[in-house]
Structure formats: C-alpha cells, structure tokens
Design a protein around this ligand. Structure first.
Ligand SMILES: *Cc1c(COP(=O)(O)O)cnc(C)c1O
Length: 499
C-alpha cells in the first residue's frame, strides 16, 4: 500500500549505509585528492552514504509532502499564484542567460541589455508610465524606491515640509512600512461603507505637508476605486504625488492603466502578475515606473538604446542611487519578458478578463453560505474577500480553522486575516489559470466546512487531520524555531518536543 509521506520520515542522514555510492569519481579526481597535502585537507564531511535510488526516493517523498502552484488551485489573494508557463523557466535557465556576468563588457552582453530594454517598453505600455528601473528585488523594495523618488522630488524643488504619506486602511502592510523607512510620517485614512477611499477623509488629510498618497487599485478588497480621478485631483491640488502599488495587476491588464488614472509612480511585482513562482520566497522583481518629470531621480544605471546598441547610463545626477546591486534579478526579468511576449496584448487582456470572471463566479457561488459574509461592494476584480466573522460568532470556528480544514480537502488555503479591515478575512484569488470544475470544488469544500463548523466545530478547530504535518504551534515556532535536524534530535532525546 502507498504510504503518505509524513513529518517523521527518516532524514537523509539516517538512511543509507557504509559504502553505498551513487557515483564514482573519475580516477583523475581521485588522483588530485592524493596530491593535496594532508594538512590542507578538512576533516571528514560526515556525508551520508546512499545509492542513487535511495536518494531519488527520499527526495521524491519529501516533495510529496509539499503543495505548489503545479499541484492544484493556490488562491492566495493579493499574491497572484498564477500559472507559470514552463518555457519561462527554460529560457531563464538557459546557459546563455545563467552564465552572463554583471561585470562583462557592454559589447558582449547586448542581448541581456536588449531583454531589459524591451521589458521596460512592455511595462511602459502596460502601465502608461514613461520610464522604469528594473533594479528593485521585490515589491517592498520597489515601494521604498518609489517613495524615495517622491522624497527626492520634493526636496529638489525646495519643498522641504512635505513629511507625510497618506495610506488607506485597506493597504498592504508594506506601504506604511516603506513610507516610514523612507522617513515619512504615515497618515492612515479609513475606507467607506463600499470598501473604497473615503473622499471626505482624504480631503481633510491632505495639506502642505502631504508628500503623497499610496494606493492599490483595484484595492486589496478587489474593489476598483471608481473615484480615482477625483482622488488624484485632491492629492495633486495639495501638491502631493500619487503612488500606485501595482504588486497585483491581474484585474486590469489591457483594461486601464495607472498612468492614465493620474499616478506618478508605480511599482509592479513581476513575480505576481508576470509569472514567477514565489511561494517559497524565491527571487522576485519590483520594477518602478515614473512619469517623465521624475525620470532623473531613478536609480542608476538605466538601460538606453541609441538605435544601434544598448548601453547602461549612470549619468543621472539627481538619482536616488542604487537600491540593489547590479541591474536587478535578471532571471525574473527574463521570465517576465517571455510571459509578456507569449501572451501578447490580447492574451494579457483575456487573462485579466478570466481572472475577474473567476473571482466573481466564486464570490457569487459562495455568497449566502452560512457563516461566511461578503462585506462591501459585491462586484470585484481579480479577488474576493469574505469574512468568517458570523461563523466565529456562532460556532467558535475562525478563518484560521477554515484555512487549515481546506488542507484536509487537498486544497491550498486562501490568504487569511488580510486586508485588516475585514475581520476573519478569507481573501480568495483564483486567477485565470483554474477551470470551472476547480472553482466548483473549492466552493463545495468551503460549504462542507461551513456545515462541519455548525455540526461538529471541534473537527474543524483541530484540522488538519490528514496532512504530512498537523497543526503547528505558530507561537512556539517563532519563539523557539527548530531549524536543523540536529536541534530537533537533541530536543527529541531530551523529551523537550512532542512532534
Ligand atoms: C505582495 C504585495 C506587496 C509586496 O510585495 P513583495 O514582493 O512581497 O515585497 C505589496 N503590495 C501588495 C498589494 C501585495 O500584494
């Protein structure tokens, strides 16, 4: 019988036996070993000795304990865990890409510079901005870059009193964090009944101290800020700039552009909208786009093209400097350009349409299920945020328990407890890459969990029951992280740990 891999699988150090080998070194290498003087050799590496089939089976079993974008639906709201076409990986992993060195002479890396230049043209077109830096390594790094540009702009004009950044209460946590890191005071404004920026609150928040407003649109509730032109006018009239958190553009590709909505600075997460797997926190890219009047403040270098050759331009005297070494995470840039070129204008538009359709289909189907509530406006873009507050009130089952119970159904949980303005939030973003059957199965699972919560709440509260790892103690895991097998073994021997 097939045995499901579990957390107490033997470690690779506990497998194998003396003398088992997976490969033999060519004699030439063994000769080198003989030639190395004894005093320069390290001690024994204590590596396990295993045959190739043992190694293959071990790692295959470990991989079965995990869940990834290629396993099934992965509807992490805000984070766009979308389908990542395999050709992206093939191109990013091509030796011509992986062996490029950042110190190479420009003449020898024309192709790499062309990739960056072409990607910038695409991003300009998609967002309606005039120039981009591809340097930031992630969304938060992009936000910091953008906010530093806003700061440099005001200071450069001698406008030294602007020390406040306004952020709505639905914002991603990185927004206030980035603004604070750049030295600004963060002014939070509330959302209205509809889940949008409260215009009156914005009007009373702006002043001669306003450096800018950071906004996500569609916002993190998946709701399009339909007053965006009015919002832009209020901020601009007060002398501030508009920053667009474009971490997730999945709802608007080919439909509307932040540049046309009045935004002056934009960051994009290539590792969300433009397909790079980022579940394990792998490398990302958070390019920042600006309107023409801000281009001199971009980090150096920017990539230029003179009609014949591509080159790196370091000559931006007003530049805020570098925000990451070299030119950004190049592999992620290659994946994004591959994705953009393969999708094309029409493909991107269709991806957005289907992403929006899927989120609304799921929202409509789940709406009215006991225990879940859909606050704010009904029509959503790419994601829909339910509240499990009624379920918690009636049964004691929380959003966290629902998320854990979904794992028992073999489904990945949505984002939970974000945005903060929705209590017991379940933030679901199915993306364009799932079928109707998958959406139906997800809704069915959430409905079953609702029934369970009302009939047998303990079952849900103690979930998951049939995953490789049961519910972990998050607090203990943070306070006393056990991160190596030696630590684990020691605690286990002392009886200090009960997993
Ligand atoms: C993911 C996300 C960010 C931050 O991006 P990172 O790459 O994780 O730093 C910012 N804003 C929103 C809305 C996001 O979803």
């Amino acid at each position: 019988m097939f045995k499901q891999a579990r957390w107490d699988e033997p470690l690779i150090f506990e497998l194998g036996g003396r003398g088992r080998v997976s490969f033999t070194l060519p004699e030439a290498i063994e000769d080198i070993d003989v030639q190395i003087p004894e005093e320069l050799k390290r001690g024994s590496l204590e590596l396990p000795e295993l045959s190739e089939p043992e190694v293959v089976k071990h790692y295959t079993r470990l991989s079965e304990m995990n869940y990834g974008v290629d396993s099934g639906i992965y509807p992490l709201g805000s984070c766009t865990m979308k389908y990542n076409p395999k050709i992206n990986e093939e191109l990013a992993g091509h030796p011509k890409v992986t062996y490029v060195h950042p110190y190479q002479d420009e003449r020898t890396v024309q192709g790499a510079l062309q990739v960056m230049w072409e990607l910038e043209q695409w991003l300009k077109e998609v967002t309606g901005m005039d120039r981009f830096t591809l340097q930031p390594a992630a969304g938060a790094n992009g936000e910091f870059t953008g906010v530093m540009i806003i700061r440099a702009y005001h200071l450069d004009r001698g406008d030294t009193k602007r020390d406040e950044i306004i952020v709505p209460d639905s914002a991603h946590g990185t927004n206030p964090a980035s603004a604070a890191m750049a030295g600004f005071k963060v002014i939070e404004i509330p959302s209205n009944e509809q889940g949008m920026v409260d215009l009156e609150a914005l009007r009373s928040a702006v002043s001669e101290r306003t450096a800018g407003l950071m906004l996500t649109n569609p916002n993190t509730l998946g709701i399009f800020e339909e007053d965006i032109l009015e919002i832009a006018k209020i901020v601009h009239d007060a002398g501030g700039l508009l920053y667009y958190d474009g971490a997730n553009l999945n709802g608007i590709l080919g439909k509307v552009r932040p540049g046309d909505m009045g935004f002056d600075v934009v960051h994009i997460n290539l590792h969300k909208t433009f397909s790079t797997p980022h579940g394990g926190g792998g490398p990302g890219a958070g390019p920042v786009g600006v309107k023409d009047f801000l281009k001199d403040y971009l980090p150096v270098p920017v990539v230029e093209y003179d009609g014949e050759k591509y080159y790196l331009n370091y000559d931006l005297p007003k530049s805020i400097g570098k925000v990451k070494e070299f030119y950004g995470n190049f592999g992620v840039l290659v994946k994004a350009l591959t994705y953009l070129k393969i999708m094309g204008r029409q493909g991107l538009k269709e991806a957005s349409e289907i992403a929006v359709l899927n989120a609304n289909y799921l929202g409509k189907k789940l709406k009215g299920t006991k225990g879940y509530e859909l606050p704010h406006k009904e029509l959503r873009k790419h994601e829909v945020v339910f509240s499990a507050e009624p379920m918690k009130r009636d049964t004691g089952v929380k959003a966290l328990d629902v998320a854990k119970r979904l794992l028992d159904h073999g489904l990945h949980a949505p984002t939970i407890y974000f945005p903060l303005i929705v209590h017991e939030a379940l933030m679901i973003e199915p993306t364009e890459g799932v079928t109707k059957e998958e959406l139906d199965a997800y809704v069915d699972a959430l409905k079953r969990i609702s029934e369970e919560a009302y009939s047998n709440p303990e079952l849900v509260k103690s979930a998951p029951h049939n995953t490789a790892v049961r519910r972990v103690d998050d607090v203990l895991a943070t306070k006393r992280p056990v991160i190596t097998w030696r630590m684990y073994r020691k605690l286990k021997e002392k009886g200090d740990i009960d997993i």
